[in-house]
Design a protein around this ligand. Structure first.
Ligand SMILES: *Cc1c(COP(=O)(O)O)cnc(C)c1O
Length: 636
């Protein structure tokens, strides 16, 4: 224990590998955050954040947002494009957009727009409500608004309203009928739209979103449809409105070679269309810039084998090369990075509220007179270190099976079963701790690690806070927030508090590989054990559902500030959903519910079964719970 160092913890949990410069472990063994890429020496100590949250009465679970990380990511992406464009003597500009579907929280969108203002960074919407939000919020007339997704007349009319109020709104045509509708509406309303054409792309990306490209892709026009669209625009004297060529081959692109391939295909198509007389000005390369969730820098689904610099260079130099060869003016470049902008800025913090471990049973196993032979057999395995571990394991399993049969036949009592069960787990624990390099090779014995791992119960719902871990096996780093200067001594997996066996985390990062469970610290009685689930800012924050009626989490918005104690302040607290609120979304009338419970209590008072004061206390308690959190309330 004494020679466990911060470096060991760093190696085990890989914080720096996935932390992208924002997260690391401080000298006191707490997670620390360096949220501003321009001030890498300013650190926020997680313990101080937790202390302040407690002082504010904020309960777990909560989402912590670091606004400076959002700003940093916007600055890094825009500055990388600008620098690369200058170095490459590229003649177009970079005018990126943030796709709000990745995290539509108003505060997130506002922060991104504010940080992006100097770069004319815009927004992307993919549905009517998203369009209504971007119409109201993206009021920078130099920034683009890109409109993707399937559209109806109202959607297109709102886009034309955007043109009316001076916005650079580009309607990206996802299917041919949208073009017909748009042309008709534009003529009727006498407004020139800005039109983008989305290409289906022939390149096939890899990873979980590979179906976003190729012939069977859900969105976009095939090559013949693009040619038809151009003819159609010509016929209607609207070819001058065609401004942008768009593609998006999938999210979380793990392999840079696919990016290069897509850029080559997209730039070639762009150049050929310009040569055909289409007055395009923008090439939009979509999203897909990946995040290294597991810190491995590989092409696994949860990683990426390239840096942001490399991605940007491949785009800028790739487009330049092809346009130069084709003798076509360099287009302005648009990208729609969502995941890369938002993933790092938020995390879920919660506490471990309990432990489920069959091996932790402790019932008095001392021998009693006349006990059944199965009980004494099992007892003989305890401390039997001279037996070969495999033999000892086989015996334990066989005795347990016999005991089970005997219990079903009524031969063993409940108390005897309790003893046998306790001794069985004691034996397995002993076998496991005595394994050496050789015996660990035996599969059944190696699996003991998993069998004996505890489940730590985290006060959260993965369906609300980490939907992708359940839906598509997304890996998210989970790390204790404190005590990282202590050697972790138990292997655990994390389960949530929903009544769903799927409510658990199945994959962990351990020493740069993926593991089924992870070492953590023993829970100390009366002490909170806070853990963090990191990189939840993209998609996870906003995709969650209310399985078991666990609602949205309380949010804590943090800004870094050099002059504040601890270099931060809590700028805003957004209360999470109360029980009342989630019940109401399911059509319950909570006033009625409170009234019915009160009525039942009053009846007991009238019958004399409850004292009036006591009845009032119960009524108040029910109402207090309605307005309270949906999660467990643990003061420690
Ligand atoms: C989802 C989506 C994006 C965002 O992709 P990321 O991988 O999160 O950057 C961008 N463009 C379109 C069209 C999308 O559907």
């Amino acid at each position: 224990m004494s020679n466990w160092t911060i470096e060991d913890a760093e190696e085990l949990y890989g914080v720096k590998r996935w932390g992208a410069g924002y997260f690391s472990i401080g000298e006191h063994g707490n997670i620390q955050i360096s949220p501003n890429h321009r001030k890498p020496d300013v650190f926020i100590d997680m313990q101080e954040v937790l202390d302040e949250m407690q002082a504010e009465g904020i309960q777990f679970p909560a989402v912590i947002r670091f606004h400076d990380i959002l700003r940093s990511q916007v600055e890094i992406l825009n500055e990388t494009f600008r620098e690369t464009i200058t170095n490459a003597e590229y003649e177009g500009e970079y005018v990126g957009v943030y796709p709000i579907k990745v995290n539509q929280m108003r505060e997130v969108v506002e922060e991104i727009l504010d940080a992006g203002e100097p770069y004319n960074y815009g927004l992307e919407a993919g549905s009517k409500p998203e369009l209504m939000a971007v119409l109201a919020y993206n009021d920078n007339s130099e920034a683009l608004t890109i409109l993707n997704g399937y559209k109806d007349e109202d959607y297109l009319t709102l886009a034309l309203l955007g043109r009316h109020i001076g916005r650079k709104m580009i309607v990206v045509v996802e299917k041919f009928s949208e073009l017909e509708m748009l042309v008709r509406l534009a003529k009727k309303l006498k407004i020139d739209p800005m039109i983008g054409l989305r290409s289906k792309m022939m390149v096939r990306s890899t990873g979980k979103w590979s179906s976003s490209s190729g012939d069977r892709a859900k969105f976009g026009l095939g090559i013949a449809e693009i040619v038809n669209a151009i003819e159609y625009l010509k016929e209607h004297d609207m070819l001058h409105c065609a401004k942008l060529l768009h593609f998006h081959i999938g999210s979380q692109l793990s392999d840079i070679r696919k990016v290069k391939e897509a850029v080559t295909e997209g730039a070639r198509l762009y150049a050929k269309l310009v040569q055909m007389g289409v007055p395009l000005e923008y090439l939009d390369i979509g999203g897909g810039l990946g995040i290294d969730y597991d810190g491995s820098s590989t092409t696994t689904d949860s990683s990426r084998n390239y840096s942001t610099e490399e991605y940007v260079a491949d785009v800028v130099y790739g487009v330049k090369q092809i346009c130069d060869l084709e003798d076509v003016k360099h287009p302005n470049l648009v990208s729609e990075s969502g995941r890369a902008i938002t993933a790092h800025h938020s995390l879920v913090v919660t506490n471990v509220v309990g432990e489920v471990n069959p091996a932790a049973t402790n019932y008095d196993v001392s021998p009693t007179e006349g006990e059944h032979v199965l009980v004494s057999n099992m007892r003989e395995l305890i401390g039997a270190n001279d037996l070969h571990p495999q033999e000892r394991f086989n015996d334990a399993a066989a005795y347990k099976q016999s005991a089970y049969e005997a219990f079903k036949l009524g031969i063993l009592s409940v108390l005897e079963m309790a003893k046998i069960d306790t001794m069985y787990w004691m034996t397995l624990t002993e076998i496991h701790s005595a394994l050496d390099d050789e015996t660990r090779q035996i599969q059944e014995l190696e699996e003991l690690e998993d069998t004996l791992a505890s489940q730590y119960l985290a006060n959260m719902s993965i369906f609300q806070s980490a939907a992708d871990t359940w839906a598509i096996g997304q890996l998210l780093p989970i790390v204790p927030l404190i005590r990282l200067n202590e050697k972790p001594q138990v292997r655990v997996s994390i389960a949530d508090i929903t009544c769903d066996s799927d409510g658990k985390i199945g994959k962990y990062i351990e020493n740069n590989h993926i593991s089924d469970n992870i070492p953590m610290h023993r829970l100390n009685k009366g002490e909170s054990y806070p853990i963090g689930m990191f990189l939840t800012g993209a998609y996870q924050d906003v995709m969650g559902d209310m399985h078991n009626l666990f609602g949205r989490l309380t949010e804590v918005h943090i800004f870094s500030h050099d002059d504040e104690p601890g270099a931060f302040y809590i700028e805003e607290i957004v209360p999470g959903h109360s029980a009342e609120k989630v019940l109401e979304t399911m059509q319950y009338n909570t006033d009625y519910m409170a009234k019915m419970v009160k009525k039942a209590i009053d009846k007991q008072i009238r019958k004399g079964h409850l004292a009036p004061r006591e009845g009032v206390r119960w009524t108040d308690f029910y109402e207090r719970c309605l307005s309270g959190s949906t999660y467990l309330r643990y003061d420690k």
